[in-house]
Write a new protein. Sequence first.
Lengths: 379, 168
Amino acid sequence: MDGTAQAQSGFFTEEMTISVGPQHPSTHGVLRFVVKTDGEVIGEAIPDVGYLHRSIEKIGEKVTWHGYVPYTDRADYLAAMFANQGFCLAAEKLSGIEVTRRGEFCRVIACELNRLASHLISVGTFGQDIGAMTPFVHALRERETINNLMEEICGARLTYNYIRIGGVGYDILPETCARITEFLDHFEPIVDEFNRLLSGNKIFIERLAGVAVITKEDALAYNLVGPNLRGSGIKWDIRRDIPYSIYPELDFEVPIGTAQVGTLGDSYDRYWVRICEMRESVKILRQCLEMMPKGPAIAKVPRKFKPAAGECYARVEAPRGDMGFYVVADGSEYPYRVRIRTGSYTAMSIIDKLSKGLMIADLVALIGSLDVDAPEIDR
Amino acid sequence: MEAREIYARLERQLAGKVSDFKGEVKEPYLTVAADAIVAACRFLRDDADLRFEVLSDLTALDWPKEEKIQVVYHLFSYSQNHQIVLKVDLPRDNPKVVTVESVWKVANWLEREVYDLFGVIFEGHSDLRRIMLPEDWVGYPLRKDYVEQEEYDGISTQRAPLVEKLLR
């Protein structure tokens, strides 16, 4: 409220500092914001991260190449498969190991299932943050089936340790393939149901349309990746543009934000990109299950894995965008340095800029729409 | 564009400041003098044929034997679909380099992480604080010679090995 209005009405507000988190339902893990507000309007929201720092990068220097794969799981518990794949891609790139063809298919199937699970959590909890409880329950119900399938594939529900250097740990059995197809047949109509329930909901749309708009320039300057980047209208997907694995052989679209309810790059666009990506993942899965060749699931890799001295940077398109593994080898059994570059980290850094002038309730929408994941920020 | 050509252009622009181009590796890299990093980054971003719009990653490597800390910049261009890696060698006892925050905003957080875990000072940075670790933490954990402090705030950081306990 400005001075004259204050004097006339007799009301005035003071700037208030509120600590949101570290244990707050909307923060998806443990992170904290120091929010300075004037009434309901945010002056600034400073993110405070590091509560989940487990020094995964340092651990990489202490364990062998093979032994590091289970640790990568812990970088992002919602999408562990992609961290597995990123690290293995880097190790394979360094040593020149070829992954078997069936291994590649197993990888893509596992990854895309994981992407579905991760996006379900993302859109489900997003609904819940805004105040819609039911979609969250529906999303978790579907994710539960995916977790069961994952358990069938690799024996674990969250931290998979499935993708190994040279291929995958276990082959996907024909029975499991049949069950995946069954799930996909069941899941596709669920996306429509989800749209009826949440995406087309008037309250939901009005809470998100035009809120926390990220322009193309900002998205690039802050290096947003994945759905957050595509939500701002930049058509960029590593699966399509820097192809790895068998993605060049598969047919899928790269959905981008289209400003369908508000401004380009608003919270709804980022949400909508994830919904569209779920459909694309289903498409990819169906193609993979059809094209899957016979053969070994893993290449012969020496137990004592010692890549020659060198370095490389491998990227994978994780649900939270470009996940980069920068690995340096010095010719020994242990990596010299492993660096994990994650999408949530850079997404967090833009919150400070975007939050200025938002309402407190919209901060929750902003965090939810960026789909940040605390363990992935802190590593 | 080929990495070799990117290097050639950069050398034409900043004669004597770039060196050690390695093109025969997986990700070609080159070394930039510490005082020219901002000029190099700005040129790479703004040149019409290079257009490195994003800083994909910024991290560091510790080389105690060579007495140096290397800051590594991974640059990527969406419009041209090419990449380049820049490295800056800094003395290990006094690692200081100018921030590239003015070129890419994302450098703010990435540099804070390198400062926190490697102890590299980024001059001109708007908010150089620790980010992962508490403000009063001692040492820089990702350096090779890092020794963990024995206790923090009265809490021991050591733990007896679990297996020995079970054997007894």
